[in-house]
Design a protein around this ligand. Structure first.
Ligand SMILES: Cc1cc2nc3c(=O)[nH]c(=O)nc-3n(C[C@H](O)[C@H](O)[C@H](O)COP(=O)(O)OP(=O)(O)OC[C@H]3O[C@@H](n4cnc5c(N)ncnc54)[C@H](O)[C@@H]3O)c2cc1C
Length: 339
């Protein structure tokens, strides 16, 4: 069980800056995100696009903003739990018990939901029976490529992820690449490389085919694929990898007893607290009169929610407002205090 002063759900720009604000006032926090990387929409949807309305930053890309937010946290040693989705939030005494889909648990007086438009989830294989093999022999991301060594891997998709992994795994595995169209959406250089590997027999390519069904006992054994002419092929497969892009789902957040309207959580504008004491919502996911879905709003909301957390995390202490330019305590926490 992880015990912390505040748990942040979401490592987008709002979650990151909220962590900064919590640590600055001397509170501990941990962050959970369903994605395998930090940065939320900025890193997942527009890493190369310039943003022009971050105060005092004339222009920076989604990736640059994320890197700078991470840099701003460098002295704080924050524990990130990536590739984990918070599924459960329930009251335990005066605190909140939080559990992820991987079974990681937290006990905290404060939960800050910085969940954006919900968790980014992979688009999954349609056949229902695929669920039985999910996270074992049917995967939607690769954490450890060594598990595929000397195995047969069927990769589905026509974008960069599918092509990149087909090229990479063809070095050590038997690879089937299956795509429902003839043309690929990936970078031309990778598409060319795939065709080269198909020619040399390193990749078996099946275009205009889609998954029909899967079979196996403990783990995946075969996959049936079907084309537009209803021709069916059976591929022996130890693993299937699906790269069909991501969808955003409010998901489990909808079940935590919060006031939700049009996929956003209603909050007050003093503490950004929800209808549940000790649960706050900040960034794109929160709603109040005049809400602007901009990064700069998330920063302000996170700063106020962090101060509100102090009261529940340190009930016997009084929060003192201080500037970073003059606060010795803040500078020590930031690692910039003069000796
Ligand atoms: C193309 C594009 C361009 C944009 N340009 C601008 C711009 O120029 N200026 C500007 O200010 N804004 C811009 N925005 C909007 C901006 O990106 C968002 O306002 C901002 O990302 C919101 O940040 P956030 O941290 O609240 O949420 P997000 O960035 O959405 O991050 C939320 C994170 O929470 C995670 N999450 C959700 N639920 C769970 C759960 N149950 N468990 C674990 N993790 C969970 C998600 O996986 C996600 O990583 C743009 C958006 C897009 C799509």
């Amino acid at each position: 069980m992880n015990i912390t002063d505040a748990l942040i759900i979401g490592a987008g720009p709002t979650g990151l800056f909220t962590a900064h604000q919590l640590k600055l006032i001397g509170l501990d926090c941990e962050i959970v995100d369903n994605l395998d990387k930090i940065g939320g929409q900025c890193i997942e949807l527009y890493p190369d696009k310039p943003i022009y309305d971050i105060p005092a930053v004339p222009a920076c890309t989604g990736e640059e903003l994320t890197n700078n937010l991470i840099k701003q946290l460098q002295n704080f040693n924050i524990k990130f739990h990536l590739s984990e989705r918070v599924d459960e939030v329930k009251k335990e005494g005066e605190k909140w018990f939080v559990k992820t889909n991987l079974g990681t648990t937290f006990l905290t007086p404060n939960v800050i939901i910085a969940g954006g438009v919900g968790s980014f989830e992979p688009r999954k294989f349609p056949p229902k029976e695929c669920e039985k093999f999910e996270n074992k022999s049917i995967l939607y991301s690769v954490k450890d490529k060594t598990i595929f060594k000397d195995k047969t891997v069927s990769i589905f998709g026509g974008g960069d992820s599918a092509l990149d992994w087909a090229v990479e795994l063809s070095k050590t595995s038997q690879v089937n690449l299956i795509h429902r169209r003839d043309d690929f959406r990936g970078a031309q250089a990778t598409v060319d490389k795939v065709h080269e590997l198909v020619k040399s027999g390193k990749i078996n390519l099946y275009t205009k085919y889609q998954i029909l069904s899967v079979k196996g006992n403990q783990s995946l054994e075969t996959i049936d694929i079907k084309n537009d002419d209803k021709e069916i092929k059976t591929l022996k497969s130890d693993y299937a990898l699906g790269f069909f892009g991501l969808i955003m789902q409010l998901g489990p957040i909808a079940n935590w007893g919060l006031n939700i309207d049009k996929k956003t959580i209603e909050v007050d504008t003093e503490k950004f607290e929800t209808n549940q004491k000790g649960i706050y919502a900040v960034g794109d996911i929160c709603n109040y009169p005049g809400k602007l879905k901009l990064i700069l709003s998330g920063f302000h909301e996170g700063a106020l929610a962090a101060r509100a957390c102090f009261k529940l995390a340190r009930p016997n202490e009084k929060y003192r407002f201080e500037f970073t330019t003059t606060s010795k305590a803040a500078q020590e926490r930031l690692g910039v205090a003069k000796k």
